[in-house]
Design a protein around this ligand. Structure first.
Ligand SMILES: Cc1ncc(COP(=O)(O)O)c(C=O)c1O
Length: 438
């Protein structure tokens, strides 16, 4: 039997019919149909789709485009271009394009040394993703109450610090920005890392400097729901090489970011197990264009809000949301607090009756992942409940939010301001001594 096998092997070795040239010729893996599918997703009309098809069908794409940020042979991939634009706009040394804002936070927290047995101070109002990632890495989120800016109250941070605290997450919410002048000294005094969550305020500034560039690491969601992004994406920025390396290691454990991916660790903490959070080339192709447009988008959006705010009259029963830096607010939302939920209900009816897109949560509203007390299952696991952050509980119920649009012109702004004033005049008392809008 063994002899027979040896004879067969020898015959194969000496065979002249060895495979020399493959004749099969298939179609490219990715070609015209995939491109047309993408065009359909953009929402082009049938007529435009027809035109596009006649244009691209003539092209020979060979094996088709390679849509990963990975050994592409290009001078610069779309993800690299996105990262380059991010470095330029934010004025930072390092940027990493990742697959989501959650991925950005995960990479940043691990880079910053957040792990089992540690604590991170998170805001009471923001989004579930932030505290969720703190828990994911085995740490405990500790919620800090907000002030009338709806951002983390700097005066309440210090008392939450324990010997397990390693980081703070100032979260810039709904186009607004945190009071960074008050937060940074607390972090410095206690030697804490600062991971800024800028998912909802990409392009916001504090005293002329982009949020995301104050702390050790800045995280952004670049998703379809945000002012930059077409699908799902994220961004981490930092000026610290080691933090960039550690965040890259978590986001890209294949080590492609290293000069020699197979080299031994160059220092303790450089290498550890991670994930694949690479941004796709398809996403980056959209995002690189959008990110370049971001400063102009923010400028328009900010101008609309300021135009409206400047025309609003003060009323005794109304407290406008405090803007930690009115010049740096992204401006896609206008918010204020009526004295009570009942008054808020009346105002809401008036605003909506006049065609203004407004909302208020009110009492007995369904759970909402933007406030700490509904962040199930974190609440259950860490013993968090409504009442822990009373200012957030109260303000979140009665804040009235009006959605603005960056494309409103001066006449649109005048109209909206006029109808807000008209509604408030019906329900409230004009009072020059009441808090001004800006
Ligand atoms: C404050 C905040 N952080 C993080 C995220 C998570 O971003 P992504 O949905 O891209 O994972 C969001 C998403 O809305 C957010 O609002």
């Amino acid at each position: 039997m063994a002899k027979q096998r040896d004879t067969q092997r020898a015959a194969l070795r000496s065979s002249t019919t060895a495979v020399t040239r493959i004749q099969a010729k298939g179609k490219p893996k990715i070609g015209v149909e995939e491109f047309m599918s993408l065009c359909e997703r953009f929402g082009f009309s049938k007529a435009t789709l027809k035109k596009l098809r006649t244009m691209v069908v003539k092209e020979d794409w060979g094996q088709g485009p390679f849509l990963a940020n990975y050994y592409s042979g290009l001078k610069e991939t779309k993800v690299q271009a996105f990262e380059r634009v991010a470095r330029t706009i934010f004025g930072v040394n390092y940027a990493i394009g990742v697959s989501s804002g959650t991925a950005a936070l995960h990479s940043a927290f691990v880079a910053a040394g957040v792990g089992p047995g540690t604590e991170v101070i998170c805001p009471a109002i923001g989004f579930f993703a932030t505290a969720n990632v703190v828990d994911l890495v085995g740490a405990k989120p500790v919620f800090c109450d907000v002030d009338e800016s709806l951002h983390m109250d700097p005066a309440k941070v210090e008392r939450l610090i324990t010997d397990r605290t390693v980081a703070l997450v100032p979260t810039h919410v709904m186009g607004g920005v945190c009071d960074m002048d008050a937060i940074m000294p607390v972090a410095l005094k206690h030697n804490l890392k600062v991971v800024e969550d800028c998912a909802q305020s990409c392009g916001g500034t504090y005293k002329g400097k982009y949020v995301g560039t104050f702390g050790d690491l800045g995280c952004f969601s670049i998703s379809a729901y945000k002012i930059v992004g077409g699908g799902e994406g994220g961004l981490v920025v930092t000026n610290d090489k080691r933090l960039w390396e550690r965040a890259s290691q978590l986001a890209e454990c294949g080590g492609l970011w290293r000069p020699d991916r197979f080299a031994l660790p160059r220092y303790e903490g450089e290498l550890f197990t991670g994930t694949n959070y690479r941004m796709s080339e398809l996403e980056a192709a959209i995002d690189v264009v959008q990110l370049k447009k971001m400063p102009a988008t923010v400028k328009r959006s900010h101008a609309v809000k300021m135009r409206i705010l400047k025309r609003l009259k003060p009323f005794r029963e109304i407290t406008p949301q405090v803007l930690n830096d009115p010049d740096g607010d992204v401006g896609y939302l206008l918010r204020f607090f009526p004295e009570t939920v009942e008054l808020g209900q009346k105002i809401l009816e008036g605003l909506r009756g006049r065609g203004i897109n407004a909302a208020m949560r009110g009492k007995n509203a369904p759970p909402d992942w933007h406030i700490y007390c509904y962040m199930y299952p974190l609440t259950q696991k860490h013993g968090v409940r409504r009442g822990d952050c009373p200012v957030a509980d109260d303000l979140f119920d009665r804040v009235i939010t009006i959605w603005l649009n960056q494309w409103y012109n001066a006449a649109d702004c005048r109209q909206i301001a006029h109808y807000i004033n008209a509604t408030l005049s019906e329900c409230c008392t004009p009072d020059q001594k009441a808090p001004q809008w800006c």
